[in-house]
Design a protein around this ligand. Sequence first.
Ligand code: 5AD
Ligand code: SF4
Length: 335
Amino acid sequence: MEFTREEIKKFLQGSDDEYLFNHAKDIREKYFSNEVYLRGIIEFTNHCEVNCNYCGLRKSNDKASRYSLTDEQIFNCVDTILENGLGTIVFQSGENINDDIDRLVKIISNVKKEHDLAITLSLGEHTTETYKKLKDAGADRYLLRAETFNAKVYEKARPQRKLSDRLQCLENLKEIGFEVGSGFMVGLPGETLDMLADNIITLTEMDLDMIGIGPFISHPDTPFKNFPSGDYLLSLRTIALVKILNPTANMPATSAMESAKRGGRLESLKYGMNVLMPAVTPSDLKSNYNIYPGKNTYIKGDNEIVTIKNILTESGYTYTGARGDSIKFKNRNKY
Ligand code: 5AD
Ligand code: SF4
């Protein structure tokens, strides 16, 4: 590893922001130039059977207005993604053990039969059997954030859940042959700077294809409502460090950075992030995918893909709808 734990901690404390951000920018440009991969995301249901203490979609949040897209609505979203020239579809939902998987399997097979595009899933923890079914149907990639690699912070944030189970899921996904993504939130209640440094190290050791990082954003309808949101600058330093240590990983810029500071999502593209995932979820439902305040509410206009393309061009980025497969994965599987 390029940095020791002590060095990582010092950078997190702001010991040399100039060096850190310049170095991260160089690495980002070396591997990804000024390009941004666009992936269309379909948040097909906001039902969730889990009770994460930080998330607005948690099962016990009665204020959440729940929806589930029909097959027809999902295929319309797929069409929108294709019409706008994007080569990856991301299916995301809460974690629902008992339904939706078989339906999704059918949808994935259908889409893959007719189109040459990559499919990414973000559906939480499932059995190996379920993961295999989804892979066999044609899914290519899977995102499952660890949320934190510290067992104590984890158990406080996700009651009745165990970090070891989540890590096992990540191993299973890799074993099955998915491109795998993980990540964590910065500033979950109880997290110290030492723990954050450890999160960065553990994440790097996992040798991931995709990495998602964003600040914890305090949500008023959750048990964590009285805890402060994660710090913006600390999150940006974390992103820069993770980029330096994981140069080839694809890193989606999330709107949590935007919630922490206006313009934050764009700024995170400078220092490491190279993927944006415009939501094509129907506009009347999109704001119900309310994981944290600000999610899905910044991008105006009916077609988020068009809006994001315009913002990127204005900001000097080149966007691409190419599949943008993981460089690491290709090398690992030698084709
Ligand atoms: N603040 C920031 N990120 C959150 N997520 C869930 N709730 C919050 C929150 N309050 C993130 C988690 C999850 C992803 C879908 O959204 O990391 O994995
Ligand atoms: Fe459900 Fe995921 Fe939110 Fe947890 S973070 S409550 S699993 S949607």
